[in-house]
Design a protein around this ligand. Sequence first.
Ligand code: ASP
Length: 652
Amino acid sequence: MFCWLNRLYRGLSSPTGRTTQLIWGSLSRSLVLSSRRRIPEFSSFVARTNTCGELRSSHLGQEVTLFGWIQYRRQNTFLVLRDFHGLIQLVIPQDESAASVKKILCEAPVESVVRVSGTVISRPPGQENPKMPTGEIEIKVKTAELLNSCKKLPFEIKDFVKKTEALRLQYRYLDLRSFQMQYNLRLRSQMVMKMREYLCNLHGFVDIETPTLFKKTPGGAKEFVVPSREPGKFYSLPQSPQQFKQLLMVGGLDRYFQVARCYRDEGSRPDRQPEFTQIDIEMSFVDQTGIQSLIEGLLQYSWPRDKDPVVVPFPSMTFAEALATYGTDKPDTRFGMKIVDISDVFRNTEVRFLQDVLSKPKGTVKAIRIPEGAKYLKRKDIESIRKVAADHFNQEVLPVFLKASRHWNSPVAEFILEKQSLELIRLMELQEEDVILLTAGEHRKACSLLGKLRLECADLLEARGVVLRDPALFSFLWVVDFPLFLPKEENPGELESAHHPFTAPHPSDIQLLYTEPEKVRSQHYDLVLNGSEIGGGSIRIHDAELQRYILATLLKEDVKLLSHLLQALDYGAPPHGGIALGLDRLICLVTGAPSIRDVIAFPKSFRGYDLMSNAPDSIPPEELKPYHIRVSWPADSEAEKSSLDHPHHPES
Ligand code: ASP
């Protein structure tokens, strides 16, 4: 283990040295000074002299007192002690006079907590361990105290990655002892600290807490409901502080930010949590480029120095281009394999189904190129790709190989004329071993399918050893010019907001609101990192009339529910805009963690349970009375009730 903690702290703060000055002249001066602190004082206020991980040859001869957990023991001679900072080897005294110390250190089970005092000495020549940052030295123990003994563990701390995630979540407090969790949570804390510094100290933002007991409001994600003591009345947990931050602008706060907890009852998805954290921002008198520059600066400033630096400004792409070339509004721009429209190649084709599609008004033929696909993709891969297309998109996809001998499952290959083949080679820049995946259909549908297959193929190629996405690369992208509305999924005849109903239309499209609202572009921007959406925001509507029209007439929402906001807009609301960054996802990408659960101290499981405490849990009927609530048990209620008496979760 490299000396990660020092590196983390050094990397994340300015290299101007530690300050011990306690009395500061002014608030701003003190904030600047504290931010310059290099390595924190880890042993202040406690009885230890040092942390385990910080000791080096420079400490030789020093008498030290350490506290930590027993990592392992070798032949009753050596013991390795661990704290959050690292590992240190202790030499267990063997002489008669130290028999009691020896007994404690030899008998205490692994993961017991001990206090030891002793002298820092050099390891004998040849016994140094270059892999350990403390590997040149060891502690000659003089006294030891067992502070708490550890029972047999459900898993070994150092092997935590090999355990099932359910077990790790059940014993989260043990899992947190692992190096990886310590690193992730500390890096998160450091980045948030730097963000606060940047926003509050450098740019005058005010950190303001907004309520988490709110009410149900229209639009957006499904909310969690909280009963109140008034019959039939409920609070809702906010899906974001959106309305409050806009009201803060009306209140003249000018620049707001919050590390905000948000709640969405959206069911499980791998990169979602029912409660999650946003870096939530709102500013008055700002436009889209202002918010974008702010975020670029914020990320650059808070970015860990041991990662490749963030290069600004970030590139930008319109929503339409993202969809047409990557099949998604969150393109992973670390690699090519872009979607190419090859409709023109097939205008006079003999292939029946291509003819059919192209004869329709929105019909297109599109393809992606899999570099060296003939070499890396197996027949079964092609079959599974075609199955994904059929099952999830109800679409046909055809592999086309350049080499005639390799046209497995490519019924069209023989119908592609020489001329078309040459045109395809030119348009798609094809090489000998490449494969193209071809599909035909309506523009949006064909793009979405190929966008999905592009990612599937990238995974397949990488599983075969091809490096497509450099793990050290952070590829940021702004996606802009979204439509203001999208057709509702469940009822395409109706409109819903592409972002949220408070997003302002593009100034040049305002007139279209009254004629062809589906064509209106918005002032909404998303920030994408390596193919994940890590933030989104917009310039807001600050005109009450326009807001009312969009809510009532276009979105058919009940405006009474938002009368507080509409009223506020009427009292001199300044023009304003903002953004929210998804902190969990961002930290997950920065640390390279496999899941967002790995950057949250106490996350919910995939299905939304807390496997450690068994939340959500049942409440006795008498405790529900004050809320005027009764559980209406589903038909197979007996099974339900008994599972509550003996809670078990599918994941545990
Ligand atoms: N509140 C929005 C969201 O959570 C972000 C924003 O528009 O600022 O997506």
